[in-house]
Write a protein that binds this ligand. Structure first.
Ligand SMILES: [Zn+2]
Ligand SMILES: [Zn+2]
Length: 535
């Protein structure tokens, strides 16, 4: 039996593992590669996946980094069924359409630019039509019911407690006269997340493919998050300004609604403070959540039984048209605005930031991870102004960063999940994590459980032999380009500029103690020289 790592190998995005067993060939997940330009090039190399020879695809959950390449694979000749839970498939219908729209817009924008240079059109990675064609391949699988897509392969989807419908896959293959069991963790949720259940404990496997996003750290003060949200509300309500929350459309927005529901029940959300969900995608996702309350955890179900819907509150408004969205900012008074994207680098949230970021008394609340290079990250990092719609907007609103909303298990939670396995010979492959995080986690696993743990690289192939023996074949020359040097250089140059400005400011104030700044400058200069030499 062979497993090939098509993505999420020493990086977080692009989850896809191609399995060959007993003459069968299929994939677990089919995620989009996201991050920098070098990594995103992999989205165009789908010929490597040999889509026409894949018999079926199992999808752990609806996130784009796990399912976003499906339309491309279908476009390139995949003909088989795609198995996932009903909520995952419903979420995918809206998320893939949205992703196709983004691909088309991006291609249009690039084409316009290219035509001006006398060059050829740019094709989108896939279109709305490809996304629609993908839906025809969907097959529903319920949690805890074993299915057999082809003779010899059986798979059971278990609740992963990550987002609605997310799954851990238990897969058994009858090969070479014996049974081999593989477990794919997908993304493992944080226990006690709002709305959804805790991750299912799995007790046996021969081989485990485990995510490691937070392999080197734990989440901070989870209980304090609700209080911080209440503080932002009180702060801006007193000043009759707005609370702006950049949020992901799926799960995070619904968790926020749950939090506001709790605050409202506690009397900590003023009755005359409207809460807007200003994102058509988030609105559609919230409707899907309402359809699948059977998947909610006991606390949420208890609320529902008492006639309380945890995803609604009297002050809640969903806005769909652009006019309604614009009207939020023309109306005076306090309000909460939840809008996408979650990292403030696209979508309606940018308009809300332009209107509110410069207003002392307003609040901006970050509730999710902010990647390097995004507007959200710059604000979190303390920028005095950010560029929005070709204008520098001063940051005078109060900035809150709330850490307690992660949908991923932290390091100790991952280890606690792993502790439930009762398989002495378990072999672990760490996937879906940055390399540094994976190395730390691999060490912990070896130390605590003694399991042999590998960190496969991009396009690496492993042969899993009976009796737990493993043979690894790596292709380092293909795996190598994962650093976007241009981005790194620009980032370094920006930091250098920032430090130079700081030094000038300090000097103009006549401050003598500047050794730390000078040392940092020297160190950055050194790093920059090394980088330039390497390019
Ligand atoms: Zn995920
Ligand atoms: Zn993921």
């Amino acid at each position: 039996m062979k497993v090939k790592f098509m993505g999420a190998a020493r990086t977080v995005t692009g989850s896809c593992f191609i399995v060959e067993a007993g003459g069968r060939r299929f994939a677990v997940d089919c995620g989009m590669h996201q991050g920098n330009k070098e990594i995103e090039k992999r989205n165009w190399e789908t010929a490597n996946y040999e889509p026409a020879t894949l018999e079926f695809i199992l999808i752990t959950h609806a996130h784009i980094d796990h399912a976003g390449l499906l339309p491309r694979i279908v476009k390139e000749g995949f003909r088989g069924p795609v198995y996932a839970t009903p909520p995952t498939l419903d979420l995918l219908k809206i998320l893939l359409a949205d992703s196709a729209h983004i691909q088309e817009m991006e291609a249009q924008w690039k084409t316009r630019k290219r035509l001006r240079h006398g060059e050829r059109n740019v094709e989108p990675l896939y279109t709305q039509r490809d996304a629609e064609a993908t839906i025809g391949h969907f097959r529903e699988v319920c949690y805890d019911q074993a299915v057999s897509p082809v003779p010899g392969i059986t798979v059971t989807f278990r609740d992963a407690g990550h987002i609605l419908g997310a799954s851990i896959l238990e897969l058994t293959a009858e090969v070479e006269g014996g049974t081999t069991k593989l477990v794919f963790s997908g993304d493992v949720g944080r226990p006690d997340q709002l709305i959804i259940k805790d991750p299912t404990a799995i007790d046996a496997a021969d081989y485990l493919f485990m995510e490691s996003t937070y392999g080197n750290r734990d989440h901070k003060d989870e209980a304090a998050s609700l209080d911080e949200l209440a503080e932002a509300v009180a702060y801006s309500y007193q000043r009759q300004e707005k609370v702006i929350i950049p949020s992901f459309a799926v799960e995070r927005t619904q968790e926020l609604l749950y939090c506001f529901h709790l605050l409202n029940a506690d009397g900590r959300l003023p009755k005359d403070m409207p809460v807007y969900v200003d994102s058509p995608l988030a609105t559609a996702a919230t409707e899907i959540f309402h359809r699948y309350t059977a998947y909610f955890d006991d606390e949420s179900k208890a609320l529902l039984r008492r006639g309380e819907d945890p995803l609604t509150l009297p002050q809640l408004r969903f806005t769909s048209s652009t006019e309604e969205s614009m009207a939020i900012n023309t109306a005076a008074g306090a309000a909460v605005v939840i809008s996408a994207s979650g990292m403030a680098d696209a979508g309606r949230i940018r308009h809300h930031l332009r209107h509110n970021l410069w207003r002392p008394g307003a609040s901006v609340v970050f509730v999710g991870f902010q990647a390097q290079g995004t507007t959200g990250r710059r604000i979190v990092d303390g920028a005095k102004s950010v560029r929005l719609f070709n204008e520098d907007i001063a940051v005078q609103a109060r900035i809150f960063t709330i850490n307690g909303f992660s949908a991923h298990a932290g390091q100790s939670q991952l280890l606690a999940w792993l502790e439930r396995f009762r398989s002495p010979g378990l072999r672990v492959f760490l996937v879906h994590g940055e390399h540094e995080a994976q190395e730390v986690l691999a060490e912990k696993i070896k130390e605590r459980f003694g399991y042999e743990t590998a960190i496969p690289d991009y396009l690496e192939e492993v042969t899993l032999k009976p009796g737990g023996e493993i043979e690894r074949i790596a292709y380092p020359e293909q795996a190598a380009p994962r650093i976007d040097w241009n981005y790194l250089l620009t980032d370094m140059e920006q930091r250098l500029q920032h430090l130079r400005e700081r030094q000038t400011r300090l000097e103009s104030k006549g401050w003598v103690e500047q050794t730390d700044v000078r040392e940092k400058l020297l160190e950055l200069n050194r790093k920059l020289t090394v980088l330039i030499a390497e390019i």
